[in-house]
Design a protein around this ligand. Structure first.
Ligand code: GTP
Ligand code: MG
Length: 380
């Protein structure tokens, strides 16, 4: 029994220590904003928009793109569409009597998946700065200017932004994104950040590399490859977008577990980058390996061993441990935890990463998925 308690204590310590180390680094460094030397710039821009059956929301997205604060004669919109609904017709109609931005609509005859579609769109993008954005997102007015200012730093070739407002009001997602923004700011100040976000990522055109056709983390993969090519890839909280998310535990699994699979697979594919590329390979990548691959299993094992130790020492009263955990999850997914909502957000991410790891071990994870209709409604 003593052994069990010791094991539980050791596991909790190992699981929690890196989080504490991270907090300690954060408290000493306390970075804010982008590390790039931002200067005003106005490059030509290609906005890349992939669409698959987005007829309900695509016009709203086009309104959003066309109203960005930027000279539209310097912008082209490259849409790569794989729909079998009327999305491409709606786009053509929208641009029928509009001169700027210039439209380049690539129509696929069959759906091959997002990554191959994006590779085609990137190859077609002809301007200096290439911005990738998802149809189910809205972008801050000044996002192109902020992105251009980051890329004007010669050492920076890619920049992503922050989820400033979660459409559909999910506190779980908002809490998690708040924590994530701190992590990504610190990573960027150390060297570069890992995760690039689908609603807004900007790249220097000549830094773009092809992505794996099976990728489930296309934006992050592109950024990682650019960092491996020698340029920094950073996070700037001044670049703001909105994206829809759920709070409900079960519904979140659809969206988050797939994203988790993409990220884990990417880290494993690029394991040879560990330890290289300055602090990116020495600190940023190991931290993400620990958070995405090790920590979810440690926490799961920790929960089991702590429960067993509690039952062994306190008998039936030990059931209080899983009961408390269940209550935590139940209130967290109902957005009832107030200031603890961010902790629940991190816990929820760990659940996704654990399930994603299991799915990958089972050989799952191809490059296509169903569009989440409910999230599209939040967007409308
Ligand atoms: N051309 C093309 N676009 C796609 C394909 N699959 C998804 N997309 C588009 O890629 C963008 C991201 O897809 P989403 O389904 O929103 O992916 P996600 O944001 O990870 O998932 P959700 O959380 O469900 O929104 C959207 O603009 C989609 O319309 C595809 O096979 N081909
Ligand atoms: Mg989406």
């Amino acid at each position: 029994m003593n052994l069990l308690v010791a094991a539980a204590g050791a596991l909790v310590a190992v699981a929690v220590l890196p989080y504490l180390a991270f907090l300690a680094i954060y408290a000493t460094v306390r970075p804010s904003g982008s590390p790039a030397e931002k200067r005003k710039a106005e490059p030509t821009v290609s906005i890349v928009l992939p669409t698959y059956n987005e007829s309900g929301i695509v016009e709203r997205k086009l309104d959003d793109v066309c109203s960005l604060d930027y000279p539209m004669e310097k912008v082209e919109l490259v849409v790569v569409d794989s729909s079998d609904d009327e999305t491409p017709e709606l786009i053509e109609e929208y641009f029928a009597d509009r001169e700027h931005p210039q439209l380049n609509l690539i129509r696929e005859t069959e759906r091959r998946g997002l990554a191959p579609a994006l590779n085609d769109a990137y190859a077609a993008a002809s301007n200096e700065m290439v911005v990738k954005t998802d149809c189910d997102s809205l972008v801050g007015d000044d996002a192109l200017r902020e992105a251009a200012a980051n890329l004007s730093d010669p050492s920076v070739a890619a920049v992503t932004g922050t989820n400033a407002d979660v459409l559909g009001g999910s506190e779980v997602e908002a809490g998690y994104r708040g924590v994530q923004a701190h992590v990504q700011t610190l990573e960027s100040h150390l060297d570069s950040t890992l995760i690039f976000h689908g609603p807004f990522s900007a790249f220097e055109n000549d830094a773009i590399r092809p992505i794996d056709p099976n990728s489930l983390a296309d934006d992050t993969e592109l950024a990682l490859k650019i960092r491996r090519g020698g340029d920094r890839v950073v996070f700037d909280p001044a670049i703001r977008y909105k994206e829809a998310s759920h709070s409900d535990f079960r519904k979140r699994r659809l969206q988050k577990d797939r994203r988790g699979m993409g990220l884990i697979r990417l880290l494993v594919q690029h394991r040879d980058a560990l330890g290289r590329y300055g602090k990116y390979g020495q600190i940023v990548l190991p931290f993400n390996w620990w958070f995405m691959i090790a920590s979810p299993w440690l926490l799961a094992l920790g929960a089991v061993v702590v429960t067993a130790a509690a039952v062994a020492t306190a008998g039936l009263a030990g059931i209080a441990v899983p009961a408390a955990l269940t209550a935590f999850v139940w209130s967290g997914q109902k957005d009832l935890l107030g200031p603890l909502q961010a902790v629940y957000g991190v816990f929820d991410a760990q659940v996704s990463l654990l399930l994603a790891g299991v799915e990958l071990l089972r050989g799952k994870g191809d490059g296509t998925w169903e569009v989440d209709e409910e999230l599209r409604e939040a967007f409308e």
